[in-house]
Design a protein around this ligand. Structure first.
Ligand code: SAM
Ligand code: DTB
Ligand code: SF4
Length: 324
């Protein structure tokens, strides 16, 4: 790394990056990318929803909240052997990390035991493990870490100022507390947010400022484009200008040079050209597999062809991974 990684970005500085002419911003993001990351390389994680729907939280974007009628079939916690089979298939398809999501506000004691068994299965396949299970206590974070969990995903989702418009059942500070518990347990942090929920450019800048000013940058920063699911309060949300989405990726890359920036939800709605632009802006990680948690994702054949057309290769693990 050439320049020191900063943790003192002001909102004005971040907003100034967003205000740059598009080409200037992308040029700077690609410069930072090449100084800090392997070029033309993408890390691939496969997601699996191990417990689906009936979540008590009211996140306005989420098809899994019990409060919205999205027609989603609920599913109880999957059997460990079934999860192991899905992880194996993901490895065979070329994923290096397996990420298990559960629609919980926070897991119970028994849930942690079952998740620990799933994590051990994923690790026995030689894959990196990731989980996103809602809020964790310090003890739960340590238990998951002891089972071999490499990454914990817990997004701040948006700016502290806009947060209350999207979620009322928990506070922004609750998210930060879980992130601290994950750090304290010694796991890698996967933390990002969603773009396209009706937030302002200032909110996007604030979200990235909060992430970049954490004591340690998240090793993985997923930038999701809202998947507007019928039945959720954000179903009618107008899509954002694709260039504004790419700008968000570029600013994330500049603020967090050593982190993996993931082009996350919303790829199914994006053209190949737009995804290529997002890679140019500094994205170097994707969700790989025909499904995200409950919504669609591009086919693996399509993604493989896209990477080949762009001359990109896959990476074994994100830079900075504790358990590469
Ligand atoms: N229940 C846990 C939680 O909220 O932390 C874990 C699962 S939750 C589905 C993981 C993340 O997925 C959310 O924080 C949000 O950023 C993202 N997400 C959920 N629904 C989405 C949607 N419709 N479009 C884009 N991102 C979404
Ligand atoms: C993240 O930032 N995005 C993923 C993962 N972390 C867990 C989830 C996206 C979910 C999109 C809506 C769905 O499929 O339910
Ligand atoms: Fe529940 Fe997570 Fe969906 Fe919010 S985002 S409703 S916490 S599953």
């Amino acid at each position: 790394m050439t320049a020191a990684t900063r943790h003192d970005w002001t909102l004005e500085e971040v907003e100034a990056l967003f205000a740059l002419p598009f080409q200037d911003l992308l040029f700077e993001a690609q410069r930072v990318h090449r100084e800090n990351q392997a070029p033309n390389t993408v890390q691939m994680s496969t997601l699996l929803s191990v417990k689906t729907g009936a979540c008590p939280e009211d996140c306005a974007y989420c098809p899994q909240s019990i409060r919205y009628d999205t027609g989603l079939e609920r599913e109880t916690l999957m059997a460990v052997a079934d999860v192991a089979a899905r992880a194996k298939a993901a490895r065979e398809a070329g994923a290096t990390r397996f990420c298990m999501g559960a629609a919980w506000r926070s897991p119970k004691k028994r849930d942690i035991e079952v998740m620990s068994a799933m994590i051990r299965e994923v690790k026995s396949l030689g894959m990196e493990s990731c989980a996103t299970l809602g809020m964790l206590t310090r003890e739960q974070a340590k238990e998951l870490r002891d089972a071999g969990l490499d990454y914990y995903n817990h997004n701040i989702d948006t700016s502290p100022e806009f947060y209350g418009e999207i979620i009322t059942t928990r506070e922004f500070q609750d998210r930060l507390d879980t992130l601290e518990a994950v750090r304290e347990a010694g796991m890698n942090v996967c933390c990002g947010g969603i773009v396209g929920m009706g937030e302002t450019v200032r909110d996007r800048a604030r979200m990235l400022q909060v992430l970049a000013n954490l004591e340690q940058h998240p090793e993985s920063v997923p930038i999701n484009q809202l998947v507007a699911v019928p039945g959720t309060p954000l179903a009618g949300q107008a899509p954002i200008d694709p260039f504004d989405f790419v700008r968000t990726i570029a600013v994330a890359r500049i603020l967090m040079p050593a982190s993996a920036v993931r082009l996350s939800a919303g790829r199914e709605q994006m053209s190949d050209e737009l995804q290529a632009l997002a890679f140019f802006a500094g994205a170097n990680s994707i969700f790989y597999g025909e499904k995200l948690l409950t919504t669609g994702n591009p086919d693996v054949e399509h993604d493989r062809a896209l990477l080949t057309r762009l001359g990109m290769r896959t990476a074994a693990g994100a830079p900075g991974a504790l358990h590469a």
